[in-house]
Design a protein around this ligand. Structure first.
Ligand SMILES: Cc1ncc(COP(=O)(O)O)c(C=O)c1O
Length: 406
């Protein structure tokens, strides 16, 4: 049998993540990576996690090491109710399903709601690995554009009612990749539209706690809770990845009752349950009271790095690079106004020793070739300075070559 013939149509149709394939260049210590979405390794609370691990093993050895419930460990689900309360989200233990990272939450919701060819509304641009999960479930897409106030949900109002639209997926706060936050007004328009058309919203919120400036915006989930009948249409997912550590692979979904049982059934088939050990460590860490101080340290450092990178980019590129407004998270999003194609620029950037992600990978349709996603969390301020200087040099070389060829 020819190797090329092995694989289902769906599997073969899913494109590999360009972000993950770029990671191999990041192994070179001389390379400045502005590409991945990695939390800063120096900021991991190793001591706190070691204490939480010891505590979990001593206090709950069986819960750590034995098979557990598909919906998740009781200790973690209780701790998550408390964490969510601080975000203004009133969830019950029974409305939460723990997942293997929030990536699995995307996969579960896609499998639970979509039949082949169903439509999902996504932002342009949106999170690449969400597109992978949705496409594996057979999704087709309708897109809404993004501006400085997040996804332009007003564009939904122009869509003809269509029973094949089953889901709206949004990264509501400090989006990956655009860094933008959807305004309160738009969130409410979205909730009312979804309720009217009976479409589920999946609010993906890994970055909301990483606010460096400005005021917190109420979650779509809690806006829906204040509108009679609306909460049946909103699911919320978040994760410990960006606030504690991605290696734990602990995320969760908060859902209306009708979806909890369905999602748990699908998860049984996928992995029985998420790691008991990681869940107990996560629960012990949340109960230890260290999280608020840890998040404060991370927010302060990321805020510094974001301001530094924005300043450096503005100085290096001026009006040639239009940057999106962002008040936190892990990414800056730019669009070149001088005709630069960022996929071509990347080749020169790699030669100069800096890498980024070309923006075109984040589009479900009509990719924009002039866009660039830059991560500011995984490199120190000094490395960011070096990275932007190299990017500027790569852009200069690229611009002069393009001019010469014209
Ligand atoms: C928007 C968004 N959603 C979900 C995830 C998945 O995170 P995890 O599976 O580590 O919780 C990421 C990771 O970068 C992300 O950026």
């Amino acid at each position: 049998m020819k190797a090329a013939l092995i694989g289902s149509r769906r599997a073969l149709a899913v494109r590999s993540s360009d972000v993950r394939s770029l990671l191999r260049y990041a192994k070179d210590p001389a390379m400045v990576s502005l590409a991945g979405g990695l939390p800063s390794p120096e900021l991991f609370d190793i001591e706190g996690i070691a204490q939480a691990t010891e505590h979990a093993l001593k206090q709950s050895p069986v819960e750590c090491l034995q098979y557990g419930m598909t919906e998740g460990q009781a200790a973690l689900r209780h701790a998550l109710v408390g964490l969510l309360e601080k975000r203004g989200i009133h969830a019950t233990v029974d409305s939460i399903v723990v997942t293997t990272g929030s990536q699995q939450a995307l996969d579960l919701i896609a499998r639970a709601l979509l039949d082949e060819g169903d439509t999902v509304v996504v932002e342009r641009p949106t999170y690449l690995a969400a597109l992978q999960a949705l496409s594996l479930a057979g999704a087709t897409y309708a897109c809404i554009d993004v501006d400085d106030e997040g996804g332009q949900v007003e564009q939904l109002l122009a869509l003809a009612p269509d029973p094949r639209i089953k889901l709206v997926y949004v990264v509501s706060t400090f989006s990956n990749p655009s860094g933008t936050t959807m305004s309160r007004a738009r969130r409410e328009v979205l909730v009312r539209w979804a309720m009217k058309h009976q479409v589920v919203i999946l609010e993906d919120d890994p970055y909301g706690e990483l606010r460096a400036a400005g005021e917190r915006v109420e979650s779509i989930y809690s806006i829906a809770a204040s509108i009679p009948g609306a909460s049946d249409w909103v699911c919320y997912t978040s994760t410990l990845s960006k606030i504690i550590a991605p290696g734990l692979r602990v995320g969760w979904l908060v859902m209306p009752p009708a979806l909890v049982e369905l999602v748990a059934r699908i998860k049984q088939a996928m992995d029985l349950h998420s790691s008991s050990f990681a869940q107990q460590v996560g629960a012990a860490y949340l109960e230890s009271g260290r999280l608020p101080g840890h998040i404060e340290r991370v927010r302060t450092e990321y805020g510094k790095r974001q301001v530094t990178m924005r300043g450096l980019l503005e100085e290096a590129f001026g009006s040639k690079l239009k940057l999106r407004h962002s008040e936190g998270g892990m990414f800056l999003w730019g669009e070149f106004t001088d005709g630069t194609n960022t996929r071509d620029l990347l080749q020169h950037a790699l030669e100069q020793g800096v890498m980024f992600v070309p923006g075109d990978v984040f589009y479900a349709a009509d990719p924009q070739g002039n866009a660039i996603r830059l991560n500011f969390t995984s490199a120190s301020v000094e490395r960011l300075e070096l990275g932007v200087a190299r990017l500027q040099q790569a852009h200069r070389l690229f611009a002069s070559l393009t001019k010469a060829a014209a």
